[in-house]
Design a protein around this ligand. Sequence first.
Ligand code: FBP
Length: 699
Amino acid sequence: MPGTKPIKINDLLKHPKVLKVTDNVNAVLLERRQYSPPVCKAFSQKFSRLQQADEFTFTVDKEAQKQLPDIIDNRVQKIQGCNTADASFAKTYRRKRNIGIVFSGGPAPGGHNVIAGLYDAVKQANDKSRVYGFLIGPDGIVENEALELNDDLVDAYRNLGGFTMIKTGRTKIDTPEKMALCKTTCDKLDLDALVIVGGDDSNTNAAFLAQEMFADGVQVIGVPKTIDGDIQVRDDNGSVLCAMSFGFHTAARAFANSISNLCTDSSSDVKYWHICKVMGRVASHLALEAALQTHANMTLIGEDLADYVDQKRLEKARKEGKVDYHAYGITLRHLSRVICEGIVRRAAIGKNYGVIVVPEGVLEFINEIQVFIIKLNTIIAEHNQTYDKDFHATFARLVDKLDYLRRLAQRSREDASFTLWNTRDDDLFNDIPAFFQEGLLMERDSHGNFPFSQVETEKVLMDLVKDYLNILKDEGRYRLGIHKNHYRKTLKRADLDPDAFGPLLFENYGQSEILLRRSAIISLKTLKQSLIEEQMINADQEIPAAVEKIFKKSVPAFKTQNHFYGYDGRGNDPTRFDCIYTYNLGLTVFSLVANGATGQMAAVRNLEQDFTKWEPIGVPIAPLMHLEERKGRLALVLEKSVVDVRSAAFQVVKANREKWLAADAARDHFRRPGPIRFTGKSEEDRPITLELNAICRLP
Ligand code: FBP
């Protein structure tokens, strides 16, 4: 190549600059690894003690009492630091321990710091203690696949995202055989304690393991993890014990940064609607936070849709002296209409572009889909139980699955007591597109959870939106507003009088800066008819080119780009908030273990406040559990916390909906959260939802 000096590839690869820029270790990585998160006041002293906090109370489920007798009376434990301790306390606190830790479920940024916090505290108390990391999730406990952690390994992952160090998995320890194998593993490794870092299902598992190993003296501690942000714990009086699971802040910030970039692109290129599906299997917390971070034009919140009441329908039924139960909750079709309304309104003002945020779990809140999900969950679970064979292995192809459902519908016709899947269900199900049928029939995970991340939620919805927009276009209701100056210039350039054609072409000519084509003019044919009727042209004349140009410009093309934000944000390196939060959760775990607790979940209170006010605590898991339908049966589980539509965070989003839709002449109101920078001034301190919800919270 001219202007370059020849160099052999081997010499090039050895060049110091090449070595520097291709090294895995870069400045950002070094900075992260070297960062020492500050510790809560309680952990700045030599020891930490538990203080039972009886002011926090729970209504205990009878079944939980029956199944978890040894841990059901656990209370909230406050953790306090102390520099002195009597000899016996100090001896117990510092005794040599073996502790195992496992990640369970999807990765969440900050997991490595839970390990780092625990490891540092364990080693500080007694450097002969050992910490084992179970490999690839709960399978590692069942199969005794563990790795003893050491300084080098822990240091390599400090403040880094992912669960790369020991990996994760979704196996549920749900059979007596698996439970027994876990006990054997704990026995073989001579474990004093087992730490389960996971979501609602995994913390449920932690409670059962704590009960099972209570007599053996193996302590089990849970840690609230999930980007979904749906582990939030309050006591009976509404006092917040755990405001947020770790990883939520990072994932939300990562999603928000990408969505914000799309807001910028879409308002520059002005031709696409970007449809952003964001993770959150059921709860819409991530979508809500993304809305607050970015001010995207539309954000759907599943919990809000479930709350929807069709007032017109209700009123109509009331007049007829009836109650219309279908007026409660939203249907997929209705939701698509709501989205179309926003799109049409923005187009009318000349903005045929924008950004829509769709939570992946939104379908769970749509009437008819929810019914399908529940029914199919039960059908699959019952099949597996009855035939002791996996439904998906038996019916590998979609046609086979549909055939099985058809036979169930047939059964319902012959056997009145069988109501699970009737002919109407079957007909409705056969009406939906094949890709969505496949999605709804997808294999559930070991906890019975529906795999929302694998269903093209946004496609289901946007296909309906596109269909309806076509109807609205044909009816002349989906039109692109034309700027008055542009119209006038175009006609004048063609020696036509804009004021002569204006009132004929536009319904608001002379009244607005943005001109809206008359809804009766829906095609070149109807345009020509109007021009002839108004004697602007003769029947044998063509439509003037400038007028035709303006008409064509007013016919919008609805172009979309779909995006999915989930795995990327889950793998992001943690924000400073998550780094500090998780490191302190690790320290909290050790404190609970060293003080003899079991069946507790580590938590930090006051997350919405300045770090210096954070308070580590232990939250008893068993009293939080209640019966819920899982895999077609009632099971004791930890309740998922969904978006509260009365919360300040949701109310702020709701109150800003119209503004952020910006279906007016004003500019869009996008907000730029910026990338996660870890250090530097621009990074948000903590989730916006957390800050807003704390405003209205009782002290
Ligand atoms: P956890 O609840 O285990 O933390 O996982 C949450 C999540 O990231 C959801 O947001 C998403 O729907 C799901 O995991 C995806 O699961 P998978 O990793 O199995 O594809």
